[in-house]
Ligand binder design. Sequence first.
Ligand code: FE
Ligand code: FE
Length: 187
Amino acid sequence: MPEVQELLIEGMQDLLHAEHQLLKALPKMAKAAHEAELKQAFEKHLEQTQVHVERLEQAFESLGAKPKAKVCKAMQGLVEEGQEQIAEGKEKQPSTADLALAAAAQKVEHYEISGYGTLRTLAEKLGQKAVAKLLNETLAEEEKTDQLLTQICAPILERASEEKDVGDRHARAASASHHAGSRSKAH
Ligand code: FE
Ligand code: FE
């Protein structure tokens, strides 16, 4: 087997493990999301992720290789960071928590975009048209998901910034009344 084909198969084993991890992580992210649109985006991407696993399995078959998963340490780390955001989000404003969650999800998508992009190019070079097509279909969905998350976050960010302004006003009001008092410290 040419070494480039081995590289392709190893990369697919890595992504298969990554996708398996996401099947477990996405329902937790959907549950943690406050914004309905964000929740729906995670739920929809969970369905797509099931198809990503199927496409990888088909690609393995096309190459006459077993659909074996190889531990993807990068995705383990990214998923762990996502879990941290879910835990820390409980102490945050809902909109800020959603922004942090979406940011963690976009890091995941970018990892996948990188992986599928490279493997599609390898498959094309090897003349494995069917495999390249499968990888490209998934790549397109990962890219769309990344863009969708950016879109969903724009109004949430808008609101989160306003929340901060309200906080600032409270702080300024408190500071002003403090100054009015006789015990005011030098500011
Ligand atoms: Fe995926
Ligand atoms: Fe994805």
